[in-house]
Design a protein around this ligand. Structure first.
Ligand code: SAM
Length: 227
């Protein structure tokens, strides 16, 4: 835990981050903005990057992976249209930051990460930040997590070649899946899929994004590496 003065400094940086990087770019959902104001991002970054925690960019977290840019976490959270009390599955826990944001936005959160070291890291970070009721699972998230399905929302924080069918089918009817898709990290679209019926899905393009590869049975091959 940082000292009182440092916590105050980080708090003012966090509030500025939300205004300048997130609200000024058009994210307006109050639950998302409040969650981004609340979660102490500096507890989730690598200690060597603690003074960069509120900068407008992704940061390395080890294992060739990143904590996403704050704006992207907010954009994806808003895209789920949470009202409170939903169950949300996150694929790609990384350091645990976005899972904490989803929790603060009012969701019950299950999150899946394929790299064991990051499962351990995210559990430590979530505990230190006070989020002990988030379920962290080690596994291939392209297959979803059937045990707690169906979900109101699913968010994928790595980019695959196609939208995983397992994830679409683990949505409730009316539920939303937010997922980056594209042939490379510099050519991905953020897509929102809404399940409108048992076998009916609507797709919306939410814009261009840049994510690390989604690796797994319904993602890229293990050898894919863009970072
Ligand atoms: N959600 C994180 C945050 O809060 O900033 C960002 C995570 S990082 C951009 C993407 C993560 O997806 C990496 O930790 C990577 O190991 C993970 N990942 C990639 N393919 C996966 C898969 N099939 N299942 C679960 N996690 C996967």
């Amino acid at each position: 835990m940082a000292g009182k003065h440092l916590e105050e400094k980080f708090k003012s940086e966090r509030l500025r981050m939300v205004e300048e990087q997130i609200a000024d770019r058009g994210v307006s959902d109050p639950k998302t903005l409040d969650a981004m104001r609340t979660v102490r991002r500096h507890l989730f970054v690598n200690p060597s990057h603690i003074y960069s925690a509120y900068e407008d960019r992704p940061l390395p977290i080890g294992q060739g992976q990143t904590i996403s840019q704050p704006y992207i976490v907010a954009l994806m959270t808003e895209a789920l249209k949470l009202r409170g009390g939903e169950t949300v599955l996150e694929i790609g826990t990384g350091c645990g930051y976005a899972a904490a944001v989803l929790k603060e936005a009012g969701a019950e959160v299950v999150t899946v990460e394929r790299i064991e070291e990051l499962v351990a890291l995210s559990k430590e970070n979530l505990k230190a930040a006070g989020y002990e009721d988030i379920k962290v699972i080690c596994g291939d998230g392209t297959l979803g997590y059937a045990e707690d399905a169906p979900y109101d929302g699913i968010v994928v924080t790595a980019g695959g070649p196609t939208i995983p069918a397992h994830l679409k089918h683990q949505l409730k009817v009316g539920g939303r899946l937010v997922v980056p898709v594209g042939p490379s990290s510099w050519n991905q679209r953020l897509v929102r899929v809404t399940r409108t019926g048992e076998e009916d899905f609507d797709e919306e393009d939410l814009g261009g994004v840049c994510f690390v590869p989604l690796i797994g049975e319904e993602g890229w091959d293990q050898s894919k590496s863009w970072v």
